[in-house]
Design a protein around this ligand. Structure first.
Ligand SMILES: NC(=O)c1ccc[n+]([C@@H]2O[C@H](COP(=O)([O-])OP(=O)(O)OC[C@H]3O[C@@H](n4cnc5c(N)ncnc54)[C@H](OP(=O)(O)O)[C@@H]3O)[C@@H](O)[C@H]2O)c1
Length: 248
């Protein structure tokens, strides 16, 4: 159970972040449901039963992140769990470009959300976890481990997240702060499955041993389980959730 825990989930308006927020709330946590747009955060929080608080958060804004974390601390007095889920929107124009055609601006835009957003929120949350411990879960992707023929800016940003998780785990293990990377395979969301052609969907499903797409709730259940106190003697891990394709 996650009773008495305060959890921040970035990018929780839809997709995987929404399901993580829902699962955390179902396990008893107080959940801060974040979106860049307050109306979307409110709408999503309204669909979740339990102790949920919508908040506006753009992870690319340093003053916005500082203001957000102070506000959460003022309101809830603690932060126990941080899930860095916010990701740059799936953009076919960037994704299908060959490596040598990708622009620096495209790399910067993806890094600003996925990598630096994760960095900013983690830096802001760690001081609040140092006394009582905490859990940081960073959402990455299997191409960050295995490489891929598409989406280089994304793989680059997501690979940095794996290194960041390891640093946090090693630097703060003695403060009872645990950190994990979830490296996801093809998870069916509006951003991915719903935007693909039937042929692309089929090809993606064939990539893993289960021959199917994963569901956001399957990621949410892993995230909630590792956030629980009983997951106590593992940290720094990259946990692959991909139906059996990339095996570590
Ligand atoms: N679906 C997959 O197959 C898959 C595979 C591997 C990894 N992942 C990763 O899993 C995470 C969720 O993916 P998803 O498929 O659920 O994508 P999604 O539906 O596009 O959700 C992404 C979330 O990120 C938020 N976001 C985007 N830019 C932001 C910013 N600057 N500041 C704060 N929040 C921001 C969006 O919220 P608002 O628009 O409401 O602000 C949205 O809720 C991402 O990190 C993604 O890279 C997904």
């Amino acid at each position: 159970m996650l009773k008495d825990k305060v959890a921040i989930v970035t990018g929780a308006s839809k997709g995987i972040g929404f399901e993580i927020a829902k699962e955390f709330a179902a396990r008893g946590a107080t959940v801060i449901v974040c979106s860049r747009n307050m109306a979307d955060a409110e709408k999503s929080a309204g669909l979740i039963k339990g102790k949920v608080y919508p908040e506006q958060l753009d992870v690319t804004s340093p003053p916005g992140v500082a203001k957000f974390v102070n506000h959460v601390l003022d309101t809830h007095k603690r932060v126990d769990i941080l899930v860095n889920n916010a990701g740059y929107p799936f953009d076919r124009k960037i994704w299908f470009k060959k490596f040598h055609k990708v622009t620096e601006d495209e790399v910067d835009r993806v890094i600003a959300v996925d990598l630096k957003g994760t960095f900013r929120l983690s830096q802001a949350a760690i001081p609040l976890m140092i006394k009582k411990g905490g859990v940081i879960i960073n959402i990455s992707s299997t191409p960050a481990i295995s490489g891929h023929t598409e989406g280089a800016p994304y793989s680059i940003a997501k690979a940095g997240i794996i290194a960041m998780t390891k640093h946090i785990a090693l630097e703060y293990g003695n403060k009872n702060i645990r950190a994990y990377t979830l490296a996801l395979g093809n998870i069916s969301t509006e951003a991915t499955f719903d935007s693909m052609t039937p042929a692309e969907k089929k090809r993606a499903a064939a990539e893993n041993s289960m021959r199917r797409w994963g569901y956001p709730k399957e990621v949410a259940s892993v995230a909630a389980s590792i956030a629980e106190d009983s997951f106590s003697f593992a940290t720094g891990n990259t946990i692959v959730v991909d139906g059996g394709a990339v095996l570590l």
